[in-house]
Design a protein around this ligand. Structure first.
Ligand SMILES: Nc1ncnc2c1ncn2[C@@H]1O[C@H](COP(=O)(O)OP(=O)(O)OP(=O)(O)O)[C@@H](O)[C@H]1O
Ligand SMILES: [Mg+2]
Length: 218
C-alpha cells in the first residue's frame, strides 16, 4: 500500500438490503487479518453528524422538505469527511463506511426527484472530491426488503415507512449508478442467505485489495 493513501470502501443499497449486517462481517474479517481500518456509518460518525442524523430520523415529527433533507445529509457528510475519513485515509487505513454519497443520489435524486446533475455535483463538493475506491451495492428487490422489515417489525423512522414504489425508484437509481460507474460499484445479489452474500462480498473485496497490493487470504 502506498503510504498516506488508504482505501475507501462504501456499502450501499435500499433499506433492509443487509448493508449493516455485511459491514459487520467485513469489519470482523479485516480485524481477524490485522488490517488497520476504521468503520463508520452515515449519516453519523461525528458529534455534528450524529445530531443531524437525529434530526433526519425525526422526519415523522417535523416537516423536512426534499431540499432541506439534501443539505442536512450533505452537511453531515462534509463533517465526517473532514474529521474522520480524510485523516484515516492519510494514515493509510482502510475506511469502511455504511452508506455514503451514492445514498444521496439514489434517495434524494432518483427517489425524491431532485436534479441529478446538481446532486452529483453537490455530493462531490460536500465530500471535498473524495470518491470511494470500491462501492459494494447490495441489490435486493424492494418486496424482499419489505418482507425482512415485516419480519423484524422494528421501530420505524419515516424513511422506512415510505411506499414500495419509492424503494423501487431508489433500487433502479442505484442500478443506474452502478451501470455508469462499473469500475467502482460492484453489484452484489443480496437476495440469499447472509453467509452467501458475505462470501460474494469478501471475494470481491479480497480481489480488489489484491489489485492494490494488500494480500489477505479468505
Ligand atoms: N441475507 C439476508 N437474509 C435474510 N435476512 C437478512 C439478510 N441480511 C440481513 N437480514 C436481516 O434483515 C434486516 C435488515 O438488515 P440490515 O440492518 O443489515 O440492513 P440495512 O441495509 O443496514 O438496513 P438499513 O438501511 O435500514 O440500515 C435485519 O433484521 C437482518 O438480520
Ligand atoms: Mg443499516
Amino acid at each position: 500500500m502506498v503510504m498516506g493513501k488508504g482505501i475507501f470502501i462504501t456499502l450501499e443499497g435500499i433499506d433492509f438490503s443487509g448493508k449493516s449486517t455485511q459491514a459487520r462481517y467485513l469489519v470482523n474479517f479485516l480485524k481477524r487479518n490485522n488490517v488497520q481500518h476504521l468503520f463508520l456509518r452515515e449519516p453519523g460518525g461525528t458529534v455534528l453528524s450524529e445530531r443531524i442524523r437525529r434530526i433526519l430520523l425525526s422526519k415523522g415529527e417535523i416537516d423536512i422538505c426534499a431540499k432541506s433533507e439534501l443539505w442536512l445529509y450533505l452537511a453531515a457528510r462534509s463533517q465526517i469527511v473532514e474529521e474522520k475519513i480524510a485523516p484515516a485515509l492519510k494514515q493509510g487505513k482502510i475506511v469502511v463506511c455504511d452508506r455514503f454519497y451514492d445514498s444521496t443520489t439514489a434517495y434524494q435524486s432518483y427517489g425524491r426527484g431532485l436534479d441529478l446533475d446538481f446532486v452529483l455535483k453537490a455530493n462531490l463538493f460536500a465530500a471535498d472530491n473524495l470518491k470511494p475506491d470500491l462501492t459494494l451495492l447490495f441489490d435486493l428487490p424492494e418486496k424482499k426488503a419489505f418482507e425482512r422489515k415485516q419480519r423484524l417489525n422494528r421501530t420505524k423512522d419515516r424513511l422506512e415507512n415510505e411506499k414500495l414504489a419509492f424503494f423501487r425508484k431508489i433500487r433502479k437509481g442505484y442500478l443506474h449508478l452502478a451501470e455508469n460507474n462499473k469500475r467502482r460499484i460492484k453489484v452484489i445479489n443480496a437476495d440469499g442467505p447472509k453467509e452467501k452474500v458475505r462470501d460474494e462480498m469478501l471475494e470481491i473485496t479480497v480481489s480488489f485489495l489484491k489489485r492494490h497490493r494488500i494480500r489477505i487470504r479468505m
